[in-house]
Design a protein around this ligand. Structure first.
Ligand code: ZN
Length: 368
């Protein structure tokens, strides 16, 4: 199998996660593929439901760790091209860009070596869902590689960090009353809007020269007259115009560039701002508390002469979890591609060869 055939093989094995499908079958393929390299030993780490991570390494202490997620998002409708169609230097398929193209580069480059010293490979589950694969790997293993590389599409640029994610749900109560005298009530919807704008100001001071500013998205807001809770635990809300709404709930998502700006700090701000608005904070749930990561250029070996990308445009990469845990710098580096998480996802074919060559030089230099 050449590089392109290998990507096509990976694309031909569905690895999105729902009740019937998961990463098991693609995991078996990768696990068996690795057996052809006598210098590597591979093991499975079960994460439940038949799903498993694969960790492979040679006999030396890992210096370079490649981290590749095996799952994709669920298929979307509206595809114009068949899976694995090649046209105009583009290969189309679910996962072609995110990230079976990059994974195939890692798998294929192994054939160029008869042995390595200090090479480790992780193929893991659940990156597009709940980061379960990465969390479980971080719990079990303890390594200290010089560099962790995640072959996501980056347009052949080095991406040396990402902002973290804080997602919080909260609910506040105010005081109802007749709209004719609003000063007698406490409007819970207005209150949440005020809380959110104040927190937007509060977090402005968290700025990182590489990662940029903190960004707050008010993702969900609902409120009205409190008529209790239904059997599913959801609020029942009155929506008549003549009542001051006395209950409201919201979900906020904050992209944080700094370790100091975390779910604990946002919780403190929500409490403080709610009190100032004379609102009672009824409920607060932290749904995500993932840290930012930044790997200084001087710590990144083997990518000299390659351009660095703009970190301010990047989403979160779960490889941050092991970068923090192992205290090892990480980067993302991979081919060019597009339509990620949508129809007609593609990867640029010539950028795949280039990606593989960068990996080859790196392994030659660090692991032989
Ligand atoms: Zn990805």
């Amino acid at each position: 199998m050449n590089l392109i055939e290998l990507i096509q093989k990976l694309i031909s094995i569905p690895s999105f996660v729902d009740n019937k499908t998961n990463e098991k079958e693609i995991g078996e393929f990768i696990f068996n593929y690795l057996k052809q390299f006598p210098y590597l030993s591979a093991e499975k780490q079960n994460i439940g439901n038949g799903r498993f991570n694969i960790f492979a390494k040679d006999s030396a202490q890992p210096k370079i760790l490649f981290a590749c997620h095996m799952d994709t998002v669920e298929p979307k409708s509206g595809w114009k091209y068949a899976q694995n169609k090649i046209k105009d230097n583009k290969l189309y398929g679910l996962g072609s860009a995110d990230m079976k193209g990059g994974t195939a580069c890692v798998l294929d480059v192994l054939r160029d070596f008869a042995r390595t010293r200090g090479l480790a490979l992780l193929f893991y589950c659940d990156e597009e869902y709940n980061f379960e694969g990465m969390k479980r790997f971080a719990e079990k293993y303890s390594l200290r590689p010089d560099l962790i590389i995640c072959p996501e599409i980056t347009d052949l640029k080095v991406i040396n960090g990402c902002r973290g994610i804080i997602e919080i749900y909260f609910r506040v109560t105010g005081k109802t009353g007749h709209v004719a005298s609003p000063e007698k009530g406490i409007n819970a919807i207005d209150g949440i809007i005020n809380i959110v704008s104040l927190i937007r100001e509060d977090i402005k001071k968290y700025e990182h020269p590489g990662l940029g500013n903190a960004a707050l998205n008010l993702a969900y807001l609902s409120g009205g007259l409190n008529k209790g809770v239904n059997e599913k635990g959801n609020l029942v809300l009155g929506n008549r115009g003549n009542n001051i709404p006395d209950i409201a709930e919201a979900v906020i998502d904050i992209r944080t560039p700094s370790k100091e700006l975390n779910a604990g700090e946002i919780t403190r701000l929500i409490k403080q701002r709610s009190e100032e608005q004379r609102l009672k904070l009824e409920k607060l749930e932290i749904r995500s508390d993932l840290r930012a990561a930044f790997s200084p250029k001087e710590k990144i070996i083997g990518f000299e002469g390659i351009d660095y990308g703009n970190l301010k445009e990047q989403g979160y990469f779960d490889v941050q979890i092991i970068s923090e845990r192992f205290d090892s710098p990480f980067i993302c580096f991979g081919p060019t591609g597009g339509n990620v998480h949508g129809a007609d996802e593609w990867v640029n074919i010539s950028s795949l060869e280039k990606t593989k060559n960068v990996f080859k030089n790196l392994i030659q230099r660090s692991c032989t």
